[in-house]
Design a protein around this ligand. Sequence first.
Ligand code: 13P
Ligand code: SF4
Length: 376
Amino acid sequence: MGQKVNPNGLRLGINKDWDSKWYANKKDYAKFLNNDIKIREYFAKNLKDAAVSKVQVERNSKRTEIVVHTAKPGVIIGRGGEAIEKLKKEKNAVILAHYYVRPEVQEIADYIGDSFYLSKVAVELEEQTIVFCGVSFMGESAKVLNPQKTVLMPDAKADCAMAHMADEETIRAMRKKYDDLAVVCYINSTAELKRLSDVCVTSANAVRIVKALPNKDIFFIPDRNLAHFVAEQTPEKNFVYNEGYCPIHETVKIEELKQAKAEHPEAEVLTHPECPKSLLDLSDYIGSTSGIIDRVGKSDAEEFIICTENGVRYELEKRYPNKKFYFTKTEPVCEDMKMITLEKIAHVLRTGENEVQMDEALRAEFEKQHERLGDH
Ligand code: 13P
Ligand code: SF4
């Protein structure tokens, strides 16, 4: 193991041929990347007295290093990043990433944001190839908006469970039951569900778009929690609910939020609207992933309890180094988002594998649902 003392913390990463050779053994590295809780547990176990205070990724033009801040001086055991930079230039590619992906992936991304931002930015890109570091519905949206471009998914199996939690039969039945129904589809849905809907929304613009619809009856798919949140703010509408939910946000535990509030009474609670109402009721702010991040900047509070996927910690700590962030004890982790790794990004850039394919007739059909996204 190559080691270099560093006063800032324990430095981890991968060497410049990182996709084939390793300074540290691969098992350790995989454990490290798994997620922040596991990182902390892993170091607590392996570095006995070195309490891990912070994990961050640092990048300069030549390399990427993952820094684990501990009470002890750190060591560099590797680095990575150059291979992707080179491939990006060769392939005229750009990398988009959602805030829920691993820190080191966020670090090498050219654009990072929530679903709303990424869907807007996707239409403004000059590069011929888009590598989408997220789950499949995000890649599909990018393809709908950019039919001439190549959209590559680092892992074709990374999918959003909620995106499948509605069905054609129910949509058709609702249309029969209500004459004036608008089917409003959360962007976290399959292409097929979007095709069957009237308009596509994100958590950042759902209230504005629903308000602007001429229809009184709204069938909001697939997320019942976001639907209830939007319904509360649009009392003039008649909402019909669907039984879908995000398995990650749905399972944030109310007892754990209460415990975090008791431990950090000064902290503001910032919550994603995919969480159940019981959590929203205990929150100071409810908003999309970017909404949560921006709220920290606008707030005078110094401490925050964050009720959303733990990938946002990276951006929060980078943007607001003087503020403190806590999650519920069982940190929400979307395993599908964490399937995206640097190795897989380099692989698809190199091989062109996992290209998003879409039938042109289907694409044209649901382009209209997407096109209003940028207007709001
Ligand atoms: P936003 O990016 O709209 O906040 O959505 C969160 C989410 O679950 C993305 O999959
Ligand atoms: Fe889907 Fe939830 Fe994962 Fe977002 S966090 S991709 S909604 S499963």
